[in-house]
Each structure stands twice: as C-alpha cells, then as structure tokens.
Ligand binder design. Structure first.
Ligand code: HSE
Length: 294
C-alpha cells in the first residue's frame, strides 16, 4: 500500500496570472492499494464512481504507462478544501497519477507526471507546484509544459483566509475581459520578475510595493464577498502582500509575525462569511509518498 501526500497550491500569486503557483504545507493524502475491484473509502457518495478525479488520473496514467491492474482501492485520508482556490482538484489529479506509477512499480518521472496532470487539469499553474513544491512558473509551448522552480525563502509566513462560500473557476474566468489595455498588461508583467526575486531573497519590503495585478484581480474581487473588509483587516494588522488564491474564494496574506494570525482571526469574527485563517508555510518538496504495510 502506498500513501501519497500532495500539497495544496495557490495559483497566480497576483501578477502571475495563469503562470505562477506556490505550494503550501497543507496536504491532501490518499492511500492506494491493489484490489480485485474498484473501491473508494472515505469519499463522499457522489465521488464513489468511475468519474472520481483521482481515478480518472489513475486510469489515464495506466494507459500512458501501458499497464493494467485488476482493481484499486483508493482511500481518502485528508482532503484540501474543495473549490476554494487551493488546488484541491490538482491534488486529486497528481495523487491519482502517482498511485498508478506506484502500484505498477513504474519509475516516477516528474516531468511526465506534469504532462499527464496538465492534460487533465487544462493548465499547469496548480499541478506544477503540487508536483515540484516551492514557487513554480509554467507555460505551455505547443503541447509541451515548461516549468521552472523558484525558492521561497523559509522565513515567509502566509495566512490563507478561507470563507464558507465557493467560487467556481469557470465563473471566475467569465468575468475577465476578452482584451486588455496595454498599460494593464505592462502593470502585471513589469512586476513579475521582481516578485520572483523578492520571494527568493525574502525582500518583503519590495514585495509589499510590487505584489499587485491588473489582469484578473480587479475583476474577480467582485465575486468574493467581503474582499474589501478582509483586505482592510489584514492591512490594519500586518500585510506584506495580499492576493486571491487561484480563482478564489480563498485570499492569501503575507505576514512576518506568526502571532498576528490570532489577531486577524479575532477581527474576522465580525464578518458574515465565517472566514477561517490558516497559518501556512511554503512547501519545498512537492508530492511525496511512503510505502506502508497493509
Ligand atoms: N490560473 C487559473 C485561474 C487557476 O486563475 O483561472 C484556476 O485555479
């Protein structure tokens, strides 16, 4: 039996729309075991069938590897928050791919995992950091996925602010303009290289000045109830960067002092949407696995 642990991720990181993604030390965890039938354990009823995303990725990978198995038992041990912009579907996809490699004793090639995962997800910005960890910049060139990794200095502290409502990526893409003003594209593009170096060098003062976006955030923030209120709370308490996680609804705030999380939590209690504040560090390893005795 293999246990596969995949980090949650936050795509975009403000000005890196559809290219950047960062991995956090909060994980979805799944067990994979050979079986003589298809079995799901701990999944909600609606996911206990062949349309389960973990299983879709598992099956696609078996095809890619040219392998078959009689059946598989997939156990959900820990699930990242679903539809909150924290890469929960990427964790399912990457875990399913790993499960197929491991149960068929195939040698894992992370670049192939990335290729299969991107085909399923449709974009690499969550799956790349889920596989490799850290902060990844990715792009598609024809059908090839190109990803590079940037280190996130260990001193960085993040607070994931998670409300009790979902935003669907499809809806959050519909509100984006079809065309952009050149000045808005330059606004985001000119910040990107500086943001990456600031994460590597713990240059929080520069990050505070440049971490902003004009490609997606101005449109999407209107879909996130109490965005302004949460941002005000963070800026009053401490904020070295504030951005929408993926397509929302989670928001991410960068702090230096871990103790500030409790103050933010207290202030969030005055809002309507039951916001949770989760202290998180960047994940450096990406997906990991362990062999377990049954
Ligand atoms: N880059 C994608 C978007 C990520 O923001 O639409 C979706 O999770």
């Amino acid at each position: 039996m293999f246990e596969v642990k995949v980090p949650m991720t936050s795509a975009n990181v403000a000005c890196g729309f559809d290219t950047l993604g960062i991995a956090f030390q909060v994980y979805s965890v799944f067990d994979f075991e050979l079986s003589d039938k298809l079995e799901f354990v701990n999944f909600e009823e609606e996911f206990c069938n062949e349309d389960n995303l973990v299983y879709i990725a598992f099956k696609k990978t078996l095809n890619f590897l040219n392998k078959t198995v009689k059946g598989v038992k997939i156990t959900l041990k820990k699930q990242a928050p679903i539809a909150r912009g924290l890469g929960s579907s990427a964790t399912c996809v990457v875990a399913g791919i790993y499960g197929a490699y491991l149960l068929t004793e195939s040698k894992i090639n992370k670049n192939d995992v990335l290729k299969i995962a991107t085909e399923i997800e449709g974009h690499p910005d969550n799956v790349a950091p889920a596989i490799f960890g850290n902060l990844c910049a990715s792009c598609l060139v024809d059908n090839e996925v190109i990803t590079v990794q940037y280190n996130v200095d260990d001193r960085f502290n993040f607070v994931a602010l998670i409300p009790n409502f979902e935003t669907k990526t499809a809806d959050a893409r519909k509100v984006l303009p079809k065309e952009l003003a050149l000045k808005d594209a330059i606004f985001s593009l000119s910040r990107l290289g500086i943001v990456l170096r600031s994460f590597e060098n713990y240059d929080i003062n520069t990050l505070k000045k440049v971490l902003a976006d004009k490609i997606h955030e101005p449109y999407r923030k209107n879909l996130i109830y109490e965005y302004d209120e949460v941002r005000d709370i963070c800026e009053t308490v401490e904020s070295y960067g504030f951005f929408i996680s993926g397509s929302g609804s989670t928001l991410i705030n960068i702090i230096t002092d871990e103790n500030k999380v409790e103050i933010i939590k207290e202030k969030l209690k005055n809002l309507k949407y039951d916001w949770k504040a989760l202290f998180v560090k960047a994940d450096k390893e990406g997906t990991t696995f362990e062999e377990r005795n049954v």
